[in-house]
Design a binder for this molecule. Structure first.
Ligand code: PBG
Length: 326
């Protein structure tokens, strides 16, 4: 018989000991729940490629937030889905004060002042070209886009948003938005930068939900190449310099190494966006009975947190909250 001094299994021998030595724990405090807003009233439409996720008109969306708050969810990120008649080349609907999105933010924040209300800053939901920047002769113009993003940021801050989320990947946008906000006196409004946002095929169901797929080309001249990890550190250096309060990696699962790397290199909170395609693939496999939906959901969320995410934007927030508060 071998004399084995080290036996790691001793720390796994009972549920009580396993719980005691557990290194990572999920909590509803970690979650931000993305919600899709549409025009009209009393509307709730399921998104075909995202079972269990809906587009809501404002009155139903307010009820949904209330329900999530009972489960302990405090962070919400709202995305608007607009008809083609509201889209134009310069995404002007994105900062119109009485436009669908800005009005909704104002109503949400006045009804639920205690939530952390996060926004999306990007042109694509309002752009007739389906891009995150101004498209001219086949090119996305960076600095011209910043002016539009700045107007969106101001309108959102004025409506009462707590955290602004630039998801566009233009160069210099965090610094530009910070300056615009500070000059208008919104020094308390936070910026969560989509620091390392990859040109990913996992956004497919989200683009269905918003009908926001690019009408021309792809997003590879602004979103990052999935092959690159060092480049995420360049983006992060710039975001920190420009004043980002929090940084995001997106998507999450195929980029756990990037989450870990940002967590190791920087001291601001790191968010991971567990995107629509990641949600869709687990849902599809569990609907077929090929995976245990609840278990793979919890294991997936845990893996994102273990990799280093402090905050997780996830369509699973409500379902996972139900399990966590049991
Ligand atoms: C665009 C935006 C996208 C997502 C969030 N904001 C899609 C894209 O870049 O085309 C994707 C989110 C998801 O897939 O869940 N500004």
């Amino acid at each position: 018989m071998h004399n084995r001094i080290r036996r790691p299994r001793r720390n796994r021998k009972s549920a009580a000991i396993r719980a005691m030595v557990e290194e990572t724990r999920l909590s509803v405090n970690d979650f931000i729940f993305p919600l899709f807003l549409i025009e009209g009233s009393d509307k709730k439409e399921e998104i075909p490629s995202m079972p269990g996720i809906y587009r809501y008109s404002l009155n139903v969306l307010l009820d949904e937030i209330q329900e999530c708050m009972y489960l302990g969810i405090k962070g919400f990120c709202v995305f608007p889905s607009l008809g083609d008649n509201k889209k134009d080349k310069y995404a002007t609907e994105g900062y119109r004060k009485d436009g669908l999105y800005i009005q909704a933010l104002r109503k949400i924040k006045s009804k639920f002042p205690e939530i952390a209300l996060m926004t999306d800053i990007a042109m694509d939901p309002y752009s007739s070209d389906g891009h995150d920047g101004v498209l001219e002769n086949g090119e996305i113009l960076n600095d011209e886009t910043l002016e539009i993003l700045g107007k969106m940021a101001l309108a959102q801050a004025e409506a009462g948003a707590d955290i602004l989320g630039p998801s566009d990947m233009m160069d210099g946008r965090v610094g530009y938005i910070r300056k615009v906000l500070d000059e208008a006196g919104y020094t308390q409004v936070s910026i969560m930068s989509y620091t390392a946002k990859y040109a990913s095929a996992f956004y497919g169901p989200f683009r269905d939900a918003l009908d926001s797929a690019p009408k021309f080309g792809d997003k590879k001249t602004y979103q990052m190449n999935p092959a690159n990890a060092n480049e995420a550190l360049i983006e992060a250096d710039l975001d920190i310099e420009e004043g980002a309060d929090m940084m995001m990696v997106k998507p999450a699962l195929a980029y756990l190494d990037i989450i870990k790397s940002l967590k190791d290199h920087y001291n601001v909170p790191i968010t991971a966006y567990n995107v629509s395609g990641e949600y869709a693939m687990l849902k599809a496999a569990s609907e077929k009975g090929w995976l245990d939906g609840e278990k793979v959901m919890m294991e997936t969320l845990l893996s994102i947190k273990r990799a280093g995410a402090d905050i997780i934007l996830t369509y699973f927030a409500k379902e996972a909250a139900r399990i966590l508060i049991k």
